[in-house]
Design a protein around this ligand. Sequence first.
Ligand SMILES: [Zn+2]
Length: 357
Amino acid sequence: MEKIRFHRHFQRSSFHNPMMGGQLDTQELEIRRDPLTGRQSVFNPGLEDKAAFFFGASDRALMERLARESEPQCFLCEDRWKRTTPTYPEKIVPGGRVVVGESVLFPNLFPVSRIHAVIRVGAGHHLPLEDFSPALVREAFLATREFVEHLCRSEEAVPFLTLNGNHLGPAGASIVHPHFQVLGSDVPFTHLEELLALGAAYREKHGTSYWVDLAEKERELGLRFIACTGAVDWIAAFSPQGTNEVLGIFPGKKHFSEMERQDLCDLARGLSAVLRGYASLGISTFNFTLYSGPPDAGDDSFRCFLRVISRQNFYENYRTDDYFLQKLLRNELILTTPENLASSLRKYFQPEKELGS
Ligand SMILES: [Zn+2]
């Protein structure tokens, strides 16, 4: 029995098209299902070259103006964070905050989860996607690792941890200054709960880990496999849950606490490459989550992985990219096929590109 199935369903939609002199136009739709969750995404080849219409062009001048205007009040700029950001009790984080290079981790003033930390990503107020260098991302990841170590040793240890990012307003960020966020809870987040249950069911049925099998299968097929950065395999998702979704899978890690310094360097190198690739496609915003399993899972099913998606581009009066299709029907729209995405991102993983930026 095939363990992982890349299921495609085809449909036709017909109508008289005024753009074709009123002739009957039949458009072919491809509906894909995620091999684990079954979630659908739809691709209409007729929309493939309409990405610019859906996502507009990033307005760099507007971004730069808003960055200039917000910089003087930014609580993360210069050393203002030392006076304005909250601190953890000494018994959880000695010194109250975690500082690694230019990255600073501190509690969110208005938490949405029992553990909710904010990480300043670098000292620069405005960071276009091409400037998320491996070194800058690495510092933020290492600050997270140090925080998780403190947390695991403290009374505040929680089983479910995620590392997340919103970049700029269209991706949900409330401030311009680049920042990531750690969310931790004693109950799993909705989607993490779904992943853990589906991963365990897959393990029960096949005797193996879904994420290990997926990475292996995609590597074998090659179509959507982008590259490997040390411990992490990078893949364009077959049935994306967001625009331009890329997965970074750790076939050897089940929980954050198992990650060594080098693992996070490998992850930073890959995420930086994806963001530089996004920038080359004209993208200006993104969301990501790094999922981690519970630390003392009795089974061997889950593997840590990062999911990164692009969001609506930054320009005045942009339309949202999430409409009823995503929010209420929970389907996603594919404008760039995962296979084409993988092909355009591969060059950003080449060593010379990393050194050149
Ligand atoms: Zn700032």
